[in-house]
Ligand binder design. Structure first.
Ligand SMILES: Cc1cc2nc3c(=O)[nH]c(=O)nc-3n(C[C@H](O)[C@H](O)[C@H](O)COP(=O)(O)OP(=O)(O)OC[C@H]3O[C@@H](n4cnc5c(N)ncnc54)[C@H](O)[C@@H]3O)c2cc1C
Length: 375
């Protein structure tokens, strides 16, 4: 049998493209996935205690893209879940992103009022400001606040997460969690904040349930590619691996998760608790908040950042620095030479951190702009 498309990887990018090609173009697709499951890093499963957990770290779906939301809604019902995060600062859990409520939790009322009015006067209510930008402020009270937040919320967390100081990373990394001049304690402000009602894996099963789609699990694409006949390829794996590391390895940061089940219905006061200054882990996630599962026990994940060692652990986060971006652009130039016969897409092939809705949007766009036009 000959396939029109061979797709490497059954995560968001691979699964959505397979579904579009199968259902909209009526073409035959084979997906090759090296793990023993579909859904990529969004994979969830019921642990031995019956609690639904996310194997590769907590995944919270949020988007302001109606197009992405509508597309995924064909394959799942949703539970509304508004994510709340706190960080333990000087022994006190305070809202993250650091906002005006966090100021009041940590400082005396009079001083907090002064900081609040200065912040609003200078930046305006509702503004999100990156910490490295806030540090440039010239007012002495605001400077004190900026240094305090930098030291107690960002510095230790970034060092644990990346083994680098905030200044050593691209500016946009620390900007992802800005200081928020607001009383809004929600972690995200997107229009749609919902989690698949039966989990991510169940949603992926529906996306991939099409007569034109075959899936080969437990197989690195290189083991199978010479035995499969196909016209075109979509590759969502690591770009450096595809090109045999000719320019060297693209660096990643990895993570280790320790899952622990407690014989109590609730472990902590919010879905995610960050520990910027104590312990080796960065955060603890309690899955029941995210999944809305009712059970008498609860499972949490302690998250330990670690160095990425190929073949030993997972490449989780590209490390956004100039030197790594330069290396990536060499591989990108190789990839462009294959344009039209191999499409490279996804967090690993683009060496880029995407949220789930972003990669879903990128995959839909690739389908419309490049694939649906090709006959
Ligand atoms: C810890 C963590 C938490 C996250 N939390 C959130 C969140 O809360 N909200 C959010 O929106 N996003 C979150 N994300 C991002 C989300 O995981 C990504 O957007 C999404 O997984 C990207 O999908 P993808 O298809 O590009 O990649 P992946 O999901 O990684 O899929 C790629 C697939 O390709 C397979 N593959 C790779 N190489 C080969 C090969 N050689 N042969 C065969 N198969 C191969 C892999 O096994 C994998 O299954 C998080 C990411 C991490 C790391």
């Amino acid at each position: 049998m000959k396939f029109d498309y061979l797709i490497v990887g059954a995560g968001y990018a691979g699964a959505i493209l397979a579904e579009r090609i199968a259902s909209q173009l009526d073409k035959k697709v084979i997906i090759i996935e090296k793990r023993n499951h579909i859904a990529g890093n969004a994979f969830d499963y019921y642990d031995e205690n019956g609690v639904l957990v996310h194997k590769y770290g907590p995944h919270i779906f949020h988007t302001s893209s109606k197009k992405v939301y509508d597309y995924l809604s064909d394959f799942t019902k949703w539970n509304t879940y508004v994510h709340h995060v706190k960080a333990v600062v000087e022994g006190k859990p305070v809202p993250i992103p650091f906002n005006l409520n966090s100021v009041y939790e940590l400082f005396p009322k009079n001083f907090s009022e002064k900081l609040e009015s200065k912040l609003i006067e200078k930046y305006g209510y509702g503004l999100k400001i990156p910490i490295l930008k806030l540090k440039e402020v010239d007012d002495s009270d605001l400077k004190f606040l900026a240094e305090y937040i930098y030291k107690n919320v960002f510095y230790g967390y970034t060092l644990k997460q990346w083994a680098l100081k905030p200044e050593e990373l691209d500016f946009n990394v620390t900007s992802r969690v800005p200081v928020y001049i607001s009383r809004d304690n929600r972690y995200f402000q997107d229009t749609y904040q919902q989690i698949p009602a039966y989990g991510y894996t169940a949603m992926f099963e529906k996306i991939l349930n099409h007569k034109n789609i075959r899936i080969l699990l437990n197989t690195d694409y290189r083991e199978a590619i010479e035995y499969i006949k196909f016209d075109k390829m979509i590759y969502t794996g690591p770009l450096d691996y595809y090109f045999d590391y000719i320019y060297g390895q693209l660096p990643y940061r990895s993570l280790r998760f320790e899952f622990e089940n407690f014989n109590q219905s609730q472990f902590q006061e919010v879905g995610q608790m960050n520990y910027p200054n104590n312990y080796d882990y960065t955060r603890i996630t309690e899955f029941k908040y995210l999944t809305m599962q009712k059970s008498i026990n609860t499972t949490v994940a302690f998250e330990y950042p670690q160095e990425y060692i190929p073949g030993i652990n997972e490449p989780y986060y590209p490390i956004p620095r100039d030197i790594n971006n330069e290396l990536f652009s060499k591989y990108k130039a190789e990839a462009e030479k294959l344009d039209g016969s191999v499409f490279f897409v996804g967090r690993l092939a683009d060496y880029k951190y995407y949220n789930m809705d972003q990669i879903a949007g990128v995959a839909l766009q690739l389908f419309e702009k490049k694939i649906a036009n090709i006959r």
